[in-house]
Design a protein around this ligand. Structure first.
Ligand code: ADP
Ligand code: GLC
Length: 482
């Protein structure tokens, strides 16, 4: 199949969260399976490094309201013969220091930037005769692609394929002033409650939900949860209408990038049966965070965007009681300034138990996975979550709330039969988190059981091959229905 993969971030080029991990790995996994994949990304400032040699493939000119805006499609040599790496270049829109805006803020013209991105991709499809079978779009930034395929571009012969829209996070909908309808070249006929309108504004994500031929989320549990008001962010009834075309495919992980046996970001490697390296990683991690080294104490780690989605309204009150727990905590992340401030204060109050590094640091993220004993993910909602799966590979036991992909990938340790790969709780309450943490800390003091639990996790297989095969089946299904 000829697959177009339109996305706003992908490793190793640009990343703010798990979307980039998925878009870095899935296209390659599909290319491995023999498909021709065209990956399109915006050419952000951070991608334009001197060692990357881009070749201009074509210019594109897009009408945005009364203006004609020109950009180009530039390519990079690819690391796989079946994978094409294309970038939409428009320096006024994308040559900026951040992907979407500084420190959790949005650039005010994000709507326009991503309208341009989507249209430029569709223009390229026709100019370059790409002959696409499946257009695969992700999150609000590329949700206009399925919209355009059913509206502005619907009668044009170059656009015969079907579309899949993947929801990675319903909490971000790309809601714009309705005036952008004109700029986007969309007919006001589309601005109705059933289609693009949302409280008198233009909801780009909703466009993806309404117009794509099929939808999926990044876990089965999340595909069901979003039909409920608690997780639907106001779009639950739109989703309910599409429930027959709404699928759930759990993300995979890149087992080469996240491999404790030869991870270039850590200097002491380990694997099942040879775990000495993990102990040294723990020591290094504690000193990187300036915490005293006490092997007796389990170390709880967290790497996260600092947003309420991730459970900070449970974590912060729990940390206030940290003196009652025989444990240490390390946190790495950036995001909401209030959460950053609270973690900074707590780390100052409990300097031998809590440490926080504010920032985005891939090397430290790998060191936390390698050196921690327990990985904390008490999310309020979690479409998939990748860190719990990385943790399993590194023998770091996930402690999660039973939602979305966390529920699909983690099973509680069973003392009777020795099964399970982590700790899991249901209620979104401080009490439930506290209770589960206590259980985990207790089990840590029983080395044989702990070793068993750790090994169960290290034996799990969440590689992309299974998930890529499921995407392939879904693409086939879409293709057979158009
Ligand atoms: P989300 O996409 O909601 O942020 P995921 O668990 O799917 O959550 O993915 C988060 C990804 O971003 C992981 O690869 C994680 O290691 C990475 N990440 C998040 N915050 C940081 C940070 N401060 N430094 C380095 N990596 C981070
Ligand atoms: C989103 C979700 C996260 C998921 C990631 C990749 O950012 O918050 O749960 O793992 O997308 O699909």
């Amino acid at each position: 199949m000829n697959i177009l993969f339109a996305v706003s971030e992908a490793t190793p080029f640009a990343k703010t969260g798990g979307l980039a991990d998925v878009a870095g790995a899935l296209p390659t996994a599909l290319a491995e399976r023999g498909h021709r994949v065209h990956l399109f990304l915006p050419l952000y400032q951070e991608i334009q490094t001197p060692e990357r040699k881009f070749t201009e493939i074509t210019k594109v000119t897009i009408p945005l309201g009364a203006e004609q805006v020109t950009g180009s499609i530039v390519n990079l040599p690819s690391y796989h013969p079946n994978l094409n790496l294309s970038f939409v270049r428009q320096d006024n829109y994308f040559d900026r220091p951040f992907l979407y805006g500084p420190a959790g803020e949005e650039y005010p013209d994000n709507g326009i930037r991503f309208i341009f991105f989507c249209r430029a991709i569709l223009e390229a499809v026709s100019l370059l005769n790409l002959n696409i079978d499946i257009y695969h779009a992700h999150d609000w930034q590329t949700a206009l692609i399925p919209v355009y395929l059913k509206t502005l571009y619907k009668d044009l012969p170059s656009y015969g394929g079907g579309s899949l829209f993947t929801i990675h996070n319903l909490g971000y909908q790309g809601i714009q002033e309705k005036e952008l309808m004109t700029l986007a070249g969309l007919d006001w006929e589309e601005f109705t409650f059933e289609r693009l309108e949302f409280f008198d504004r233009l909801n780009l994500l909703k466009g993806g939900l309404v117009y794509a031929d099929a939808l999926n989320t990044v876990s089965r549990a999340y595909s069901r949860e979003i039909l409920q008001p608690e997780f639907g962010f106001g779009l639950e009834s739109v989703l309910a209408q599409r429930r027959n075309n709404l699928h759930g495919i759990l993300n995979g992980i890149d087992c080469q990038e996240w491999n404790p046996a030869d991870d270039p970001f850590i200097s002491n490697h380990f694997r099942i049966g040879r775990m000495a390296g993990k102990k040294i990683c723990k020591k290094k991690l504690l000193s990187a965070f300036n915490l005293p080294h006490e092997n007796r104490l389990p170390l709880v780690g967290m790497v996260s965007r600092l947003v309420t989605q991730k459970g900070f309204d449970l974590i912060l009150p729990l940390l206030k009681k940290v003196a009652a727990f025989e444990t240490q905590f390390v946190f790495l992340g950036t995001g909401d300034p209030e959460i950053e401030e609270s973690l900074t204060i707590l780390a100052r109050q409990y300097p031998s138990q809590i440490a926080f590094i504010r920032g985005y640091d891939n090397r430290l993220a790998h060191l936390i996975e390698a050196g921690a004993d327990i990985f904390l993910m008490p999310s309020h909602y979690e479409p998939c979550g990748l860190n719990q799966m990385y943790s399993l590979r590194y023998g770091t036991v996930p402690l999660v709330r039973a939602v979305g992909g966390l529920d699909d990938s983690i099973t509680s340790f069973n003392l009777e039969n020795g099964g399970g790969n982590g700790f899991k709780f249901n209620d979104y309450t401080i009490k439930a988190l506290e209770q589960t943490l206590k259980e985990a800390l207790q089990l840590y003091q029983e080395p044989r059981l702990w070793q068993k639990l750790r090994q169960n996790g290290m034996r799990c297989d969440f590689s992309w091959s299974q998930s890529a095969a499921k995407y392939e089946d879904l693409y086939e299904k879409i293709k057979s229905q158009i």
